[in-house]
Every structure is written in structure tokens, then in C-alpha cells.
Design a protein around this ligand. Structure first.
Ligand SMILES: Cc1cc2nc3c(=O)[nH]c(=O)nc-3n(C[C@H](O)[C@H](O)[C@H](O)COP(=O)(O)OP(=O)(O)OC[C@H]3O[C@@H](n4cnc5c(N)ncnc54)[C@H](O)[C@@H]3O)c2cc1C
Length: 510
């Protein structure tokens, strides 16, 4: 006899492999009903976009396909989760609700608390399983490395377990489908998000693209192919850091020192593993201090007098600031949902330090245009690049210098700014007035100095320094956490031959 039914609440974890919810249900001999809910409160939030809705849609659709191949199905609902679970319970007296822990925004955090309470009141066993090294509620930073070892490095990913689902549940699930109202027509440039795509992307990275990782991820031209491009999969949970970690470690172990480029491969993959670790480092900060969504981590930087000029905000969002690289990045993001780390950092630094826009003001738009939006990384990076964390160097990226360094032939800029397509690179780099293109909306150097003088003014005070130590002890990284770090990279030649992401590289014409 089956001892009960577990509803498996699918959130940012639409996958079969390394799925602790499915594994535990199998261990307990429970029948399972996977359940996904499109929640109006999440969909209507100002940090959600059609790009995100589509990512989840695609991931869940693929999961449904995989489940059906195994003789099971997923129930798809549209409404607030507690209401939908209550409705479901009228038809199906389930005994267990399993989910993965999620470090999200305040809306999903409150929702998770409400679901836990609803289960408690009904005697339903509610369990949340970790899917990273992040510890719910917080952790002593000195123990982060240990958490990583015990949850990620020292135990391999879970295999896909048998899925027990009787015909009645399958039939119930099969009557549900994706709400037509929410259908989104995807843009061709949006990166596909599914468990199968995650594995293909990882293998493609390890077979070819990864060789160019170290040094290749700084340029907006090469990062589309040199980066792992796993961020969408990690963000939406179609793969776990544990799966990636163990696969990369295996690749490193297989490296034959005699094979061509073995040294470059090793350094690239080690640099990649460091970043995988940073992911949890930043997510843990938000998990430990959810108020980070609304205020800077450092109390002395909570009242920076930003101007928040509406016209400058609009010019930044639309890619019309008169700074070609900033504008190209903003338009590329709106179309593809992706740019590399350096370019993300530059547009935030430009918005906060030069346009004097509050990081909280620019947050929702950036979240919406990142296909890989992940609140833990995103909110922390916004604060770091805005210079309000207190202990990181205050870094102002000069867009003209970044253009000369990382897009010297203006390939990327000309691709995303059609009005500059026929202009020679020297004219764009020279910063002279260009026909049909706006003049800079503000002077860079003067405005950047105003803001950095203000931020350094705070930093120098004895009171701020004392507070920095306290905040750092609670949230800062520890030296031993950084053991995967490698030296500064040299810029490589781009990969030769076709790769999975060629159609998105910063080539001519679009
Ligand atoms: C302002 C700003 C906002 C950002 N917002 C997001 C976000 O919402 N979602 C997101 O996934 N990344 C974010 N990043 C980090 C980084 O830019 C992207 O993870 C990276 O560009 C994705 O490309 P990739 O998968 O090829 O990364 P790779 O370089 O191949 O890195 C592998 C993985 O490590 C993680 N990672 C990489 N860099 C960092 C970092 N600096 N900090 C923490 N984790 C990292 C990501 O999960 C990434 O997929 C942000 C960076 C900045 C400066």
C-alpha cells in the first residue's frame, strides 16, 4: 500500500536530476504529484518580466515532457499558491508537501512563510530541501566554506529516482495546462531554458568554449561564447551548482597534461569554479539579511542624495545617453537578456555614479531585462557597483575607456546602435558628435567626481569605519573561501569554428 501522497511544489527547480524532493518521496515510498503555480503576485511584481515568465514556462513545459515519458504528469495552476493548494486538497488529501529552498525577493519569502503555516495548521508534512550551500536564515560566515564542502563538493548530485504516480493523479494533472492568458512569444535571441538545454550548454562549454573563459569573459564580443552561459539555468534551477561542480571537477581530472592547451583549460575551469562559489556567497547575504532588497548593506550609505532625474533614468533605460557602449549594452540587454559581468557592472556604475540614480530605482528595470535574474546575486552586485557596500573599492567604469579596451573596433556598439552602423570606429572612439546620435546627457568626469567625493567622504569618517568592520564580519568573504582564485587573465583569441552561441556574438549586422 502507498503510504501517502507528496505534492512536489516546483518553483525555480524544474528538473528531474539532483532533485531532493523527488528523491525523498521515493525513499518514503510516496506517490508524487508535481505542481507548478503561476502566481499573480510574483508575475505582477516590478522585478518580473515576460522574459522570466517565458523562462519558467519553457522549463516547466520541458519537465512535463520528461515526466510524461516516465508515465507521470505535472499539475499546472494559475493563482496564489495557498489558494490553489487549498483547492487541490479538496480533491486530493495529500500528506506531504516538498519544495526546494528559494532565496528570492520579499514577495516569495512571505509566500513561503504562508505556505509553511498553511501546512502546519493542517498537519501536512512540509519540507524544504536546500539546492545550494546557502543555509536558510543565515550562517556564521566562517562556516561558509564548510557548508560548500558538505553540500556541494563532498557529495555528488542525486540520480533521477523512479516516479510513482497512479492513473488517477496523472489524469487530474493532465486536465491542467498553461494559462493561455500568460502566453509569451519568445524573442529568437532569448536563451532557451530547460533541463536538456542546461546539460547541452554545460557539455558545449567543457568541450570547446571553456578554453576561452579566462580572459574571454570581459569583452562583450567574446563573452557570449567564452562564458559558460549557465546563469539562466542556475537561476531557474534547470541545473544545480552541484551538478556543474562535479562535472567540471571530472573534466579537470580527465585533463591530460600532454593535450594541447591543458594549462589554459585548467586555469579557465578553475576561474569558472570560483564564480560558481561566489554565487552562493552572495545569495547567502540576501538569505541572512532580506532587507538588502530595500536598503544598502552598510548603514552609512542608506541616505545617499541621488538626484533620480526622470529624463536621465529614461535615457539610461532606452539606451540614449550619448555614451555608445552604455547605450549598446542597454539595448543588447533588452533584446537578448544577457551581457557579461563587466558590462553589467559598467551600466550600474554609470547610472549611480554619473547619472546619480539610486540603485533601488534602477533595480527593477535591470532585473526585468536579465533573463538570468537571480535576486541574491543581483541585489548584492547592484550595491557593490554603486559603491554602497563600504569595503569594496569604489569603481567608476569610464565608458569611453571600456569601449577602447573591450570593443576597439566598435563591433558590439555598431551591432546594437543601428544609427552608428556606418560610422568608422575612429569617429565613435574619438567621442566626436555623430549624426542621429544624442550628445552625452551629462559630463562624465565632473559628475563621477561629485559622487565619488561624496562616497569617499563617508568612508573616511571614524564612525563609518567602525561600522564597516561590523558589517564586514557579518557579510564579508573570508580569505580561505577564495582558494579557487587565479591570477589576472590575458585576453585570448576568440574561439574558432561554430559554437552554440555564435548567433548572439557581437558580429556585424543584425
Ligand atoms: C549589476 C550586476 C547584476 C548581476 N545580476 C545577476 C543576476 O541577476 N543573475 C546572475 O546569474 N548573475 C548576475 N550577475 C553576475 C554575472 O554578471 C553573471 O552571472 C554572468 O555574466 C552570467 O554569465 P555566465 O553564466 O556565462 O557566467 P560565468 O562567468 O560562466 O559564471 C558561472 C556562474 O557563476 C555565477 N557567477 C558569475 N559571476 C558571478 C558574480 N560576480 N557573482 C556571483 N555569481 C556569479 C553565475 O551563476 C554564473 O552563471 C550580475 C552582475 C552584475 C555586475
Amino acid at each position: 500500500m502507498i503510504p501517502g501522497t507528496a505534492v512536489i511544489w516546483v518553483k525555480r527547480d524544474a528538473r528531474l536530476a539532483d532533485n531532493a524532493c523527488l528523491t525523498e518521496a521515493d525513499r518514503l515510498g510516496l506517490e508524487v504529484l508535481p505542481f507548478f503555480c503561476f502566481e499573480p503576485s510574483v508575475l505582477e511584481a516590478d522585478d518580473t518580466s515576460a522574459m522570466h515568465r517565458h523562462a519558467q514556462w519553457q522549463a516547466v513545459e520541458h519537465l512535463r515532457h520528461q515526466l510524461r515519458r516516465r508515465g507521470a504528469d505535472i499539475l499546472i495552476a494559475h493563482g496564489e499558491v495557498v489558494d490553489k493548494l487549498a483547492k487541490l486538497r479538496e480533491r486530493l488529501p495529500f500528506t506531504h508537501l516538498f519544495a526546494h529552498q528559494e532565496t528570492g525577493n520579499a514577495i516569495t519569502y512571505q509566500r513561503d512563510l504562508a505556505v509553511a503555516q498553511w501546512c502546519r495548521e493542517r498537519g501536512i508534512t512540509y519540507r524544504e530541501f536546500p539546492q545550494s550551500s546557502v543555509r536558510r536564515g543565515g550562517v556564521n560566515r566562517d562556516r561558509l566554506g564548510e557548508m560548500w564542502r558538505s553540500r556541494i563538493a563532498d557529495c555528488g548530485p542525486l540520480p533521477v529516482p523512479p516516479i510513482r504516480q497512479l492513473a488517477a493523479l496523472r489524469e487530474l494533472a493532465a486536465t491542467t495546462g498553461f494559462p493561455g492568458l500568460l502566453r509569451v512569444t519568445p524573442e529568437e535571441a532569448w536563451q532557451p531554458v530547460s533541463e536538456a538545454d542546461a546539460l547541452t550548454t554545460l557539455e558545449d562549454f567543457l568541450a570547446r568554449r571553456g578554453l576561452w573563459y579566462r580572459g574571454g569573459i570581459s569583452s562583450p564580443n567574446s563573452a557570449f561564447t567564452a562564458g559558460s552561459r549557465l546563469s539562466v539555468h542556475l537561476a531557474w534551477g534547470t541545473i544545480t551548482a552541484r551538478q556543474v561542480w562535479h562535472r567540471v571537477r571530472a573534466r579537470l581530472a580527465e585533463l591530460d597534461p600532454a593535450e594541447p592547451h591543458a594549462g589554459r583549460w585548467r586555469k579557465s575551469l578553475q576561474a569558472f569554479l570560483s564564480r560558481l562559489y561566489w554565487r552562493d556567497h552572495f545569495t547567502q547575504r540576501l538569505e541572512s539579511e532580506p532587507a538588502l532588497e530595500f536598503r544598502s548593506i552598510h548603514p552609512f550609505y542608506r541616505d545617499v542624495p541621488y538626484q533620480n532625474d526622470g529624463a536621465l533614468h529614461a535615457a539610461w533605460r532606452e539606451g540614449l545617453t550619448g555614451y555608445p557602449l552604455v547605450d549598446a549594452v542597454m539595448r543588447c540587454l533588452a533584446a537578448t537578456g544577457f551581457v557579461n559581468f563587466r558590462m553589467r557592472a559598467m551600466v550600474v556604475s554609470f547610472a549611480c555614479h554619473v547619472l546619480h540614480l539610486d540603485w533601488r530605482l534602477i533595480h527593477p528595470h535591470l532585473a526585468r531585462v536579465f533573463r538570468d535574474y537571480d535576486p541574491g546575486i543581483h541585489l548584492n552586485q547592484l550595491q557593490m557597483q554603486a559603491g554602497v557596500v563600504g569595503w569594496n573599492a569604489i569603481r567608476v567604469y569610464n565608458p569611453s575607456k571600456q569601449l577602447a579596451d573591450w570593443d576597439p573596433d566598435c563591433r558590439f556598439v555598431r551591432r546594437w546602435l543601428p544609427e552608428l552602423r556606418d560610422q568608422p570606429a575612429e569617429r565613435i572612439l574619438g567621442g566626436e558628435p555623430l549624426p542621429e546620435y544624442p550628445r552625452p546627457v551629462v559630463p562624465f568626469a565632473y559628475r563621477a567626481k561629485q559622487m565619488t567625493d561624496y562616497l569617499y567622504g563617508i568612508r573616511k569618517t571614524t564612525e563609518a569605519k567602525a561600522s564597516t568592520t561590523a558589517v564586514y564580519l557579518r557579510h564579508g568573504s573570508r580569505r580561505k573561501e577564495q582558494s579557487f582564485r587565479t591570477k589576472r587573465p590575458k585576453r585570448p583569441a576568440p574561439p574558432s569554428g561554430p559554437t552554440l552561441f555564435d548567433h548572439l556574438e557581437g558580429g556585424e549586422g543584425r
